[in-house]
Write a protein of this length. Structure first.
Length: 194
């Protein structure tokens, strides 16, 4: 059992590692992006609030995102362990998450920061886009240099405050995300089992 938060820039490998842990450890992968898309598509009350923000070109309010995370963790399966991917992004969200998990008696075990230099991210994103082109698969909208640059800047701004928040709580673990997928998996597994 492990209760984890994965933080890192786009292309750092968070989703890949989450999939591996879901497969190997049976953890629940909670992606706030997936939760938002599903809530909007199905037209839930929170989804309608999220859609209104998105349609207005605004960030989805923290209380909506927290509500979606709470719904996702509301059944007994969450007690078996989970990975939050893409959340929290701000200290306010981290504080709200801490309150939510405290009420549920599910404190975090680790917050894993995927460290990777920007130039390596650019190489990964270019490779991912090329692989999509070669297989005639759709290219992700964020697989271009301009979008990547903006998203990395947003991540660095948010993480500048999040890292100390979790460091003070002795939860922050940094891993070298430039290593190969299997090496990163071994590192993550070592962190969560020691």
């Amino acid at each position: 059992m492990a209760r984890l938060v994965f933080i890192g820039p786009p292309g750092a490998g968070k989703g890949t590692q989450a999939e591996k842990l879901v497969s190997e450890r049976g953890l629940r992968h909670v992606s706030t992006g997936d939760l938002l898309r599903h809530a909007i598509k199905t037209g839930t009350a929170l989804g309608l609030q999220a859609k209104a923000a998105v349609d207005a070109g605004e960030l989805v309010p923290d209380d909506v995102v927290i509500g979606l995370v709470e719904e996702s963790l509301s059944d007994g399966a969450a007690a078996a362990g989970f990975i939050l991917d893409g959340f929290p992004r701000t200290v306010a969200q981290a504080e709200a998450l801490e309150t939510l998990l405290s009420r549920k008696g599910l404190p975090l075990d680790h917050v894993i920061l995927f460290d990777i230099p920007v130039d390596r991210l650019e190489q990964r994103i270019a490779k991912r886009a090329e692989q999509s082109r070669s297989t005639a698969s759709p290219i992700r909208s964020d697989d271009n240099p301009d979008v990547l640059k903006r998203r990395v800047e947003e991540f660095l701004t948010a993480t500048a405050a999040l890292s100390p928040f979790y460091q003070k709580r002795r939860l922050l673990r940094r891993i070298d995300a430039t290593n190969g997928i299997d090496d990163v998996t071994r590192t993550v597994l070592h962190l969560i089992t020691t």
